[in-house]
Design a protein around this ligand. Structure first.
Ligand code: ADP
Ligand code: TRP
Length: 322
């Protein structure tokens, strides 16, 4: 079984990324072959400044490894280490119906939020399909918001097979329903682009401050607090021990504990959950030579797989380089 996933290096990783994608990816790397990459070409469709990209790639790489993605076990690389992904994206785009892309929520949402409606943004799902197919991935662990993109990738692979024969197995998404959509401090989906994130590796003081600033309703201290749908419970349910979760839930349901205290407990839980990872990140940061070696190793392995798959695709479409 081959697992693959990607994440855009557009900002420091947050709890939504962790519970939605990174934690499942870390669990899966022990169960089969895993390919995890930093989607730096994709990042160009957003608002990232060119000068910021190399630093963001570096920071996101460190974040991922500190969270448990293991470069000795998984193939961890940056997307641009294998630029041939664009060649595959082109072949795929020739069989991609316009209507398929026109239906994508992500494009519409991003444009509605003010991103320039570029062709790159529109064609994003085709490049994403190429990311997945170039490495013959079977399963793709992603957060719920990427579900439609996975369906598009399968549709594109299916169209390609209809035209050229059985070149691809259809990849399947792995979506952890238990993580759902993690909410940010303002109650919307936690996302780098909404500025409402809790960053895993933010300094303790900042993280506590952000948690204390989570938007809550005006339920008085003595009254029971709404549990389901609340930002606080949405995070607590994903962390700690069963006993800690039960105790927290009881505190919300019973009343008598104010939001300030509930937030303090949440902050302690978050810091406890990520304590080891935060230490590990500091250790990793102190050894840039090791990071470089891992990056190179990941790029070589990714390229090796991609070369084999591309040879198969070129032969199918009749583009034979000799
Ligand atoms: P962002 O919205 O912050 O830019 P990305 O689009 O880079 O995050 O997402 C990277 C991965 O993390 C994807 O698999 C995505 O589904 C997952 N993810 C992002 N935000 C959340 C969230 N709030 N809840 C659950 N999963 C999330
Ligand atoms: N679109 C994904 C996101 O924004 C990132 C991504 C790019 C990806 N290519 C991928 C995820 C391939 C899984 C597989 O989160």
């Amino acid at each position: 079984m081959r697992y693959l996933s990607g994440i855009q290096p557009t900002g420091r990783l947050h709890l939504g990324n962790y519970f939605g994608m990174i934690r499942p990816a870390v669990e899966l790397q022990a169960k089969g072959e895993a390919y995890y990459f930093l989607a730096d070409y994709h990042a160009l469709t957003g608002a990232t400044e060119p000068g910021q990209l190399p630093g963001l790639v570096h920071e996101t790489y460190l974040d991922l490894i500190a969270c448990g993605v293991d470069p000795e076990r998984a193939v961890v690389f940056r997307q641009s280490a294998v630029p041939e992904v664009h060649e595959l994206a082109w072949y795929l785009s020739t069989v991609t119906p316009m209507g398929l892309l026109e239906r994508c929520h992500s494009y519409k949402d991003k444009v509605a939020r003010g991103l320039a409606p570029s062709h790159g943004l529109f064609a994003y799902p085709v490049l994403m399909a190429a990311d997945i197919l170039l490495y013959d991935a079977d399963r793709v662990p992603v957060g719920q918001d990427q579900k439609q993109h996975l369906e598009v990738a399968r549709d594109i692979a299916g169209k390609f097979n209809e035209r050229y024969g059985p070149v691809w197995k259809l990849p399947e998404s792995v979506i952890r329903e238990d993580a759902g959509v993690v909410l940010g401090v303002d109650g919307q989906k936690m996302s780098k682009s909404y500025g409402n994130t809790l960053e895993i590796f933010a300094p303790e003081k900042d993280l506590r401050k952000k948690i204390m600033g989570i938007k809550t309703d005006s339920t008085p201290i003595e009254a029971p607090k709404a549990v389901e749908g609340s930002v606080l419970w949405g995070l607590v349910r994903l962390m700690g021990t069963e006993a800690e979760r039960a105790e927290y839930r009881a505190k919300m349901e019973k009343g008598g504990t104010g939001y300030g205290d509930l937030k303090k407990i949440l902050a302690d839980l978050v810091l406890q959950e990520f304590c080891e990872m935060r230490k590990r990140r500091e250790e990793l940061e102190a050894d840039p030579a090791r990071l470089k070696r891992w990056m190179r190793q990941g790029a070589e392995k990714a390229r090796h797989t991609a070369d084999q798959v591309l040879a198969r695709v070129r032969s199918a479409v009749g583009i034979n380089k000799s």
